[in-house]
Design a protein around this ligand. Sequence first.
Ligand SMILES: Nc1ncnc2c1ncn2[C@@H]1O[C@H](COP(=O)(O)OP(=O)(O)OP(=O)(O)O)[C@@H](O)[C@H]1O
Ligand SMILES: O=P(O)(O)OC[C@H]1O[C@H](OP(=O)(O)OP(=O)(O)O)[C@H](O)[C@@H]1O
Length: 221
Amino acid sequence: MPVETRPLTFAVPKGRILDEALPLMAAAGVVPEAEFHDKNSRALSFACVADDTRIIRVRAFDVATFVAHGAAQVGIVGSDVVEEFAYADLYAPVDLDIGHCRLSVAEPVGAAEREGAVSHLRVASKYPSLTRRHFEGKGIQAEVVKLNGAMELAPSLGLASRIVDLVSTGRTLKDNGLVETSVIMPVSARLIVNRAALKTDGRVAELVERFRALAASKAAA
Ligand SMILES: Nc1ncnc2c1ncn2[C@@H]1O[C@H](COP(=O)(O)OP(=O)(O)OP(=O)(O)O)[C@@H](O)[C@H]1O
Ligand SMILES: O=P(O)(O)OC[C@H]1O[C@H](OP(=O)(O)OP(=O)(O)O)[C@H](O)[C@@H]1O
């Protein structure tokens, strides 16, 4: 079957990026059917109003995995996820200027002063690769304890002495007695595409152009 007779699959994360992504997707012509907004529905794949596109709603890290493997051709995900995986088959051509936050290192107040110079640290994070790379650059070997959430608990419970996590307002760190000590990278949401699909399916290139134009007009406003 020629690629353009198959539905185009667009992957979106199910959590906080979604509210900001949906208006942009609508402006680009990607509008899910009403079932998408039905809180009682357990469906994970949704038809779109106008065309042969379907939307799948998955966890943020899985958006990158679906697109990198070509199971979805297009997606929206944070640059934190794009950088953590560094999939060769995944291309992130458009910064959507939504989902802004930063990936940072944090520690209990006064930890670095108490410890002095160290060559090894135990760090709790959802981002093992970015964490190791960051500390390697400082000549420190990071032993990463992989957690999927609530990283902020790790230092007080002795699981790790540092955390690497997303920070937006800084409230979560503050409320858990932690201070941000360095920013690893600023984060925003990206349109991502599968490289092979971009070459073989004209609908993917068309969507990239639409999102690119939307981002440019937002930047010019
Ligand atoms: N304050 C913030 N905290 C966490 N993520 C944020 C924040 N602000 C923006 N983001 C972005 O939102 C993404 C998480 O997206 P979202 O919450 O939609 O995913 P999810 O599928 O619910 O995640 P999870 O797999 O953790 O359940 C992050 O990867 C990041 O790019
Ligand atoms: O700086 P703040 O504005 O406080 O935001 C940062 C918090 O938000 C994220 O967690 P989220 O709420 O997405 O829950 P999670 O633990 O499931 O990732 C992140 O992991 C931090 O815990």
